[in-house]
Ligand binder design. Sequence first.
Ligand code: DLL
Length: 435
Amino acid sequence: MWNPEKEKISPAKLRAEQSEALRKLVEKLYTRVPFYREKMNLHNIKPEDINSIDDISKLPFTTKHEMRDVYPYGLLAADRRDIVEIHTSSGTTGKPVVGAYTHNDIDLWAEGMARTLSMAGIDETDTIQNMYGYGMFTGGLGVHYGTRLVGANLLPASSGNSKRQLQLMQDFGSTAISCTPSYCLYLAEYAQEQGIDIRELGLKAGFFGAEPWSENMRLDIQNKLGLKAYDIYGLTEIIGPGVAAECAEQQGLHIFEDLFYPEIINPDTGEVLPDGEKGELVITTLTREGSPILRYRTRDITFIIPEPCRCGRTLRRIHRLFGRNDDMLIIRGVNVFPSQIEEILLRIEGVEPHYQIVVERQGMLDTMEVRVEVNETIFSDEIRRLEFLEKSIRDEIKTGLGVNAAVKLVEPKTIARSEGKAKRVIDNRNITTGA
Ligand code: DLL
């Protein structure tokens, strides 16, 4: 355990620390950040109203929308001279969101990532090949700082160039990798094409996140790469990766709640939900200096697991992310996350873990087509067998999720591969979600 004092903290001590941190945070935001002062004034809240962590629900939420409105420096709570690094989200759906880091924030980030890596038993004897993109994206540098703190050998490979990735793995004897789960599967496929048995390379752990993935995808990855696949979670607005991560039990992600205070809310009403109930994850950065954020609505859907974990850590766990509110499809009134479709697809023999969901609007109704690759043997099979397989997938989706989907089996390697986050949904409906 990287930091047993914090990872096994008693609930009473945790609450005391969180309360103290929240008081200081609110005070600071009120005095230093006009955006928060105005918001609090609008809600009739003064710093003196916040005495313990339980008072957090009195405070207003912060949304992605608002963050964009004050781009680029509107949420800065530290002096510009104290900022040492800036990251932004990709901004594919609008202005990017900004995270500004002081030296202490970088240390905080490294701490979150060191805990993450240590959960998988990584230490100085390991070699981590970091295949998350370096740059404005937080994946590359987040893993980078954590690896340095832990003291493992670091290969800052960044994303892409699969041939070189495999070469590095072979030459330096990487024992762990980090990348998106979708890229990891592509790499496994590429290794196979090159006649390299990736299972033989001695990898023992992989740190996968930045996009939703299912339990069946985990099993597939573990099987194809011969490593243990850990789910890691984080987001630019909060710090990057290093917000929550799985331990060796692989039963949910411990959220580092001494640093990032989690709440689950009903996304429609904003009501705070008890542990065990599914809703939108809201996070407050308790100790950040550069761009702290109050009750940030992540749009990520999960629940807090009420039971303690067998590993002995007391930090609570969140369930593997179901997906983002914005990615949730509503097909004829039924809510469906792409990860639920994935879970079903990967149960079916002969189906490859490469798929896309195309959503169209016909009149007032949404329709969904699932395009999925099948392996060579199946693809060259008789039409009748392919039709049978299509029908079984359709039936499984109908039984499992209660929606009708058209299913189209496609040739191996025809769905675009990604070096970063995979694009699972092609939405042709032209609806703006306001995200
Ligand atoms: O993706 C940070 C990160 C890098 C996390 C590397 C893990 C590993 P953003 O680009 O700001 O930051 O995207 C954040 O990605 O709100 C989730 O919707 C999604 N996401 C991140 N991790 C997971 C995960 C990075 N383990 C957004 N499972 C988040 C599901 C995830 N979704």
